[in-house]
Design a protein around this ligand. Structure first.
Ligand code: SF4
Length: 346
């Protein structure tokens, strides 16, 4: 089955994603400012996207310690692991806004929900810099003028209610759609009713991400105590009906104590609806570690081989259903930086 990169590059990407930060030499100055995301697995940390062998990985960077070491030999970058050469040639990939080639904007990091794995709501309340709607639209339009720009995506915490947040996202999508009529727009909301999904589509969104987070119901209840599993499943199903097949995606996080069987069953359930899972290894950091430990007890760290195996199995399932992450124009499937992506990496 075809992939875009070699098995060796995929394995190195998995090892990078499974490991700790990349230590930068003290005198190394990145050619552009690191990404400082307020959403996604690396929220709250400076990160850089390393591209190598036709794929890329977004990694936390550190000046103090790390599992990997960046080496700069007169502008030629390589990465070492345990003091040994690991990636012979790497480049730094600029993020437009949060992701390479995309303006992926978290419009509000404040969130009333207490999802245990998520770092966004643990950030300072001003982390999203009190983005006004005018500012968000301006950021999207400015990004669209950059070389390599491919699309816009919006997400948000839920400071008050899902209905209010959706309504803000609808207004923003309408304005961005008007300003950028040809641009692909993705949206990653927490929605609680079918009409909220319809309104995002009518506003001009092309793709939607509604995260189920875990297909293990016990795990879900523990890690998302304020959200409703059945409402999310119904939302994904409805989104597939109105947005269409291969236009809907959903995070399934693994490494929370669930089995691979449960995770892959989730991939299948989603595929049966027409949605493509984003299989994401849990990222544990100082913002979420204590809460995760308290909620789930001791869990096994995710290994590179588990990441690769799950992605390969996911690929088989997607093939059976005629789906692929590579059809997406926005959000994580298009970004490639945080997960092993079926049909691209494996
Ligand atoms: S894969 Fe998703 S979460 Fe990770 S950097 Fe890209 S858009 Fe953000």
């Amino acid at each position: 089955m075809e992939t875009k990169v070699t098995a060796e590059s995929a394995r190195k990407k998995a090892e990078l994603l499974a490991g700790g930060p990349v230590l930068l030499p003290s005198d190394f100055k990145p050619p552009f400012p690191p990404s400082r995301s307020t959403a996604g697995p690396g929220a709250g940390h400076p990160e850089l996207v390393f591209s190598f062998g036709g794929t890329r990985a977004k990694k936390a960077i550190s000046r103090d310690s790390g599992d990997f070491l960046l080496r700069d030999s007169g502008g030629r970058l390589s990465i070492l692991k345990d003091g040994e050469p690991f990636i012979e040639e790497a480049e730094l990939q600029r993020t437009l806004l949060h992701a390479p080639f995309q303006a992926f904007i978290n419009v509000d990091s404040r969130c009333a929900y207490r999802c245990v794995f998520c770092s966004s709501h643990r950030l300072e309340p001003h982390a999203t810099k009190n983005l006004t709607d005018d500012k968000v639209v301006e950021m999207a339009v400015n990004a669209s003028r950059e070389r390599g720009f491919t699309g816009v995506a919006l997400t948000s915490g839920v400071p008050q209610s899902p209905a209010e947040t959706t309504s803000r996202l609808v207004g923003l999508i309408e304005r961005i759609r008007e300003a950028l009529p040809e641009t692909s727009i993705g949206v990653e909301p927490y929605v609680t009713s079918p009409d909220q999904i319809d309104s995002l589509l009518e506003a001009g969104a092309d793709e939607i991400k509604i995260n189920i987070e875990s297909f293990d119901r016990d795990v879900f209840e523990k890690i998302c105590p304020d959200r409703d599993y059945d409402v999310i499943i119904h939302g994904i199903n409805h989104a597939c009906e109105v947005f269409g097949r291969n236009k809907v995606c959903s995070n399934i996080i693994f490494g929370l104590g669930e089995t691979d069987e449960t995770t892959l069953n989730g991939v299948k359930v989603l595929a049966d609806m027409g949605a493509v899972a984003t299989l994401r290894a849990i990222r544990v950091n100082e913002l979420n570690r204590a809460d995760l430990d308290r909620t789930l007890g001791e869990t096994q760290p995710v290994t590179a081989s588990r990441m690769l195996n799950l992605a390969r199995e996911q690929k088989r399932i997607l093939q059976d259903y005629g789906l692929s992450p590579l059809g997406f124009k926005t959000m994580c499937h298009a970004c490639l930086a945080c997960d092993i992506v079926p049909f691209w990496d494996v």
